[in-house]
Write a protein that binds this ligand. Sequence first.
Ligand code: FPP
Length: 239
Amino acid sequence: MSKVSSVGPKHVAIIMDGNGRWAQLRGRPRLMGHHAGARRVRDIVEACPDQGVKYLTIFAFSTENWKRTQTEVAGLMKLFRRYIQREARNLLANGVCVRFIGDRVRLDDKLVRLMDELELLTSQNDRVHLTVALNYGGRDEVTRATQRLAHDVGAGKLSPADVCDKTLPKYLDTYFLPDPDLVIRTSGEARISNFLLWQSAYAEYEFIDTLWPDFTPVIFAKVLTSFKVRDRRFGAVKA
Ligand code: FPP
């Protein structure tokens, strides 16, 4: 099975990197870069329908990002709360269905409540499916999934022989999503930083130099166009 895609990716996942450098280049605090990055999120979500992107998954905060200064972590958490409060109406009106992945246990109650409310509010939307990874790590996700799976095996709901690559994804945070076709990372770094480890097994990757706050819908469209000429073989060879 070989496939040169004439169509663009249905599911795009983005590692939004470079906010800190963007701010530092302007002599401003790192948090200012995150605020600029949040404005970009809106532009890119709005660009999705015209580009045929049905699913957009963005990496907002990793399980490793707690290692940043207390000021930056607190500023980011405040930004997430404000983003949800300010964008909820716009997301609803634009047909965006929002879901969050990641471990909510370490997030503060107010943020979790806002996340729950936004998921419920937008649950009937189907124009674009925006998934926000917040306190997310691929290894942490697989670990939590394995714990739940082991629990079901222990409880007799699942037999060990039934554990396979079709069963495990049902326990992942992304159980409701197709696998990403394309993963984009901005800012010139070429690594995946614990993002969608299981799900990206056959994703195409695009590492681009642009810092996230400079990532415009025009650049997004160019990246999606270059995806179309990729030869996706999924491990097979050409006939
Ligand atoms: C990585 O850039 C970015 C983050 C850790 C935060 C991503 C958050 C946003 C884009 C803000 C808004 C998101 C939502 C969903 C409202 P970095 O700080 O590591 O940049 P650097 O590598 O230049 O330091």
